[in-house]
Ligand binder design. Structure first.
Ligand code: ADP
Ligand code: ASP
Ligand code: MG
Length: 407
């Protein structure tokens, strides 16, 4: 008998029929003799609806109250799934994050899980019941409800699997695994049978929202066997694995993209020590994260600094820089929030040269201008105009033969 944690996302819980289908899948796992803990998301569209509702009441809702509101989406889902299971004669019990003591820090809307007390879940399983746990939410030391950031139910599932030492954590979603790129953008994308934690971590952090990045970090840290599957059809899905020495490494495993960035350029900065910290200090202080940074080689004593921030932070960062630029005596500050970052990810890049050259050549053949480049051991990212996103993804998918490669 195995202990399985199954997580069902918003689309998988999106209607009464879909909830019934989830209940059936859970029943099947139990019939196979497994103990099952189920983590669910809010019904699709519900979290967005609640955010809109909050903003219609207060343009800047207090973070604590926002979390109280958003957590209701998952609370509705656990009750509905427990009811659907009961309708099939499957004994089940629903739990909010607080009821299973998912203790987090107090960073509302992006809280981190600190501890889970799994006693109640163990008792529920020992009593022969399915435990249905609300994803995305926890409770802080003061007893306030917190949420884990968009897509956070993945992290709840993996954290519970780690705490319970589950045999597998299964993430059921609306695609049947992790693909070479988002199949909504490139219909020729191919499902990967396996992907390494390292690659999955990069893909998630670079924009592939199929798994929340924290969930992959958790799974890697606590060695949780993790699989992504479809809730709509049966199949093997994609297994997230530790690097397998015997496996032939594909050069590129996937292409990720992120539409949430904006570019800021400060031009004509007097080129002297301390200017970078004068520019980035105030931004860091405001908790705005910087992603790609490019500084041009100074000419005539002047230099240019370009970097990207999250689109949500764009206006704030521009406002902060207006003052800094005046103090520094820089010429201008400009920006563009219609950009996108596209990244190639693959552990095979470590041992192969020429990936960047092939990437740049393929993009230039389509007339796509590269504004910024950033590389690390197993990824190359470029910033381009947002309007070229689809064309760029498809061009690179083709250039690296991702549709046909056999893993
Ligand atoms: P859920 O609601 O089940 O959590 P999400 O919408 O968060 O589902 O994640 C699944 C979506 O992730 C897919 O519908 C797909 O469009 C998108 N996606 C992005 N990149 C990839 C990828 N490389 N492989 C599979 N899906 C991807
Ligand atoms: N409901 C939350 C969201 O939409 C959490 C999740 O679905 O994982 O982001
Ligand atoms: Mg998700």
């Amino acid at each position: 008998m195995a202990l399985i944690v199954q997580k069902y996302g918003g689309t998988s819980m999106g209607s009464p029929e879909r909830i019934a289908a989830v209940a059936e899948r859970v029943e099947r796992a139990r019939a196979a003799g497994d103990d099952v803990v189920v983590v669910v998301s809010a019904m699709s569209g519900e979290t967005d609806r609640l955010i809109k509702l909050a903003k219609s009441v207060n343009a800047q809702p207090p973070a604590r109250e926002m979390d109280v509101l958003l957590a209701t989406g998952e609370q509705a889902s656990i009750a509905l799934l427990a009811m659907a299971l009961a309708a099939r004669g499957v004994p089940a019990r629903s739990f909010t994050g607080a009821q299973v003591h998912i203790l987090t820090d107090s960073a509302h809307s992006k809280a981190r899980i600190l501890d889970i007390d799994n006693e109640r879940l163990r008792a529920c399983l020992a009593a022969g019941q399915v435990a249905v746990v609300a994803g995305f939410q926890g409770i802080d030391a003061d007893g306030s409800i917190t949420t884990l950031g968009r897509g956070g139910s993945d992290t709840t599932a993996v954290a519970l699997a780690a705490a319970l030492k589950a045999d597998e954590c299964q993430i059921y979603t609306d695609v049947d695994g992790v693909y070479t790129t988002d199949p909504r953008v490139e219909p020729r994308a191919r499902r990967l049978d396996r992907v390494t934690f390292e690659e999955m971590l990069e893909m998630a952090s670079l924009g592939a929202k199929v798994l929340q990045i924290r969930s992959v970090e958790f799974a890697g840290k606590y060695k949780v066997p993790l699989r992504v599957l479809s809730s709509f059809q049966d199949g093997p899905g994609t297994l997230i694995t530790f690097e397998d020495q015997g496996m032939e490494e594909p050069l590129i495993s996937g292409i990720a993209f992120n539409r949430d960035e904006a570019q800021i350029t400060v031009a004509g900065i007097p080129d002297r020590p301390g200017v970078a910290s004068a520019i980035f200090g105030p931004i860091a202080k405001a908790n705005v994260e910087i992603d790609v940074i490019v500084q041009s080689i100074g000419q005539d004593g002047l230099t240019t600094m370009s970097f990207t921030v999250h689109r949500n932070d764009y206006a704030q960062a521009m406002a902060l820089l207006a003052g800094v630029v005046a103090d520094l005596g820089a010429r201008s500050v400009g920006g563009d929030d219609k950009i996108t970052k596209i990244s190639l990810v693959g552990v095979g890049m470590r041992s192969h040269a020429g990936v960047a050259a092939t990437m740049f050549e393929a993009l230039s053949a389509e007339g796509i201008n590269i504004r910024m480049v950033s590389t690390s051991e197993i990824k190359i990212s470029v910033i381009i105009d947002e309007k070229y996103l689809e064309l760029a993804v498809r061009t690179l998918h083709e250039a690296f033969g991702l549709a046909d490669a056999k893993v």
